[in-house]
Design a binder for this molecule. Structure first.
Ligand SMILES: *[C@@H]1O[C@H](CO)[C@@H](O)[C@H](O)[C@H]1NC(C)=O
Length: 272
């Protein structure tokens, strides 16, 4: 290995050890997106700031704009000088702080109007800006649950309109689905029915953090089973009735017999 080659390797190694070199400001919002917030609760967004050894954070700003609209207007929620705890322009509901490598935005009593695209921008000492964005939406309750049947595939499909993070759960005649009734798809929304013929009530329950809602698909009544039970009950009732009548007749007959015997004894004594 000649000397030039060796130098090259050393430079490459140095660059590897210092992957961002001297300019590597980066900002990441530490939340899974989009962020869903329950109205009335607090929205908390944290962002991690990383920079090279020679860089300095001069300002951090938090802004918000509507997610949709023809000309969305951006509002500044807070402007904070780097490494300071004093932010300017904060509103009553808004708290922002900046620490060494982190900045936090907190909005108390979240309402629908607080939804939108949030942007945190870090400006370095040279005036270069590095932004990061995050979508924030309201956490919505489960809405309009429906069950439809796919006749060709013997399956029931459960639908839900716009609730956040819906979880699906199926019931057949108010009991948990067993293998003899059908199989639920991994996402829970589809029930492949294995029972033939399809009968009874199939209920899909959809829930999330705010509650649940359900819908029921009603197939033909489960005939054989239903008729069997009814017949058994009718038989039992008839048997009991018949037994009762028989017992009464026996009692009545023996009573009458005894009375007649007693009467004949009395008349016999009178004759004497
Ligand atoms: C029934 O389900 C199959 C498979 O999931 C699908 O390809 C088909 O389009 C569905 N039919 C109807 C009418 O929804």
């Amino acid at each position: 290995m000649d000397r030039q080659n060796f130098l090259c390797w050393r430079v490459a190694l140095l660059l590897l050890l210092m992957p961002c070199g001297l300019q590597c400001m980066s900002v990441h919002i530490l939340s899974e997106q989009p962020v869903h917030v329950i109205p009335g609760s607090a929205l908390v967004l944290k962002a991690r700031i990383e920079h090279g050894p020679l860089e300095e954070v001069s300002t951090v700003t938090w802004e918000r704009e509507p997610e949709t609209g023809i000309a969305p207007t951006r509002v500044t929620l807070a402007t904070c000088p780097g490494n300071s705890f004093k932010c300017v322009g904060t509103r009553p509901k808004v708290r922002v702080n900046v620490e060494q490598q982190e900045t936090t935005l907190q909005i108390n009593e979240y309402s629908r109007a607080d939804g939108g695209v949030y942007t945190v921008t870090v400006t370095d000492h040279t005036g270069a800006k590095t932004p990061a964005q995050c979508i924030v939406r309201e956490y919505e309750a489960v809405n309009h649950v429906s069950v439809s049947i796919n006749v060709s595939h013997s399956s029931l499909v459960c639908g839900e309109a716009w609730g956040t993070d819906p979880r699906f759960y199926w019931l057949h005649e108010r009991a948990t689905i067993t293998k003899t009734v059908g199989n639920v798809s991994p996402d829970g929304a589809t029930l492949s029915v294995t029972m033939t013929p399809i009968c009874g009530h199939f209920t899909c329950v959809v829930s999330n953090k705010l509650g649940y809602s359900s819908a029921t698909y009603t197939a033909a009544p489960c005939e054989t089973e239903g008729r069997g039970t009814t017949a058994a009950i009718v038989c039992l009732v008839l048997l009991l009735l018949f037994g009762g009548v028989l017992a009464f007749l026996l009692w009545w007959y023996s009573n009458a017999h005894r009375q007649r015997q007693a009467q004949s004894q009395i008349s016999f004594q009178a004759m004497l």
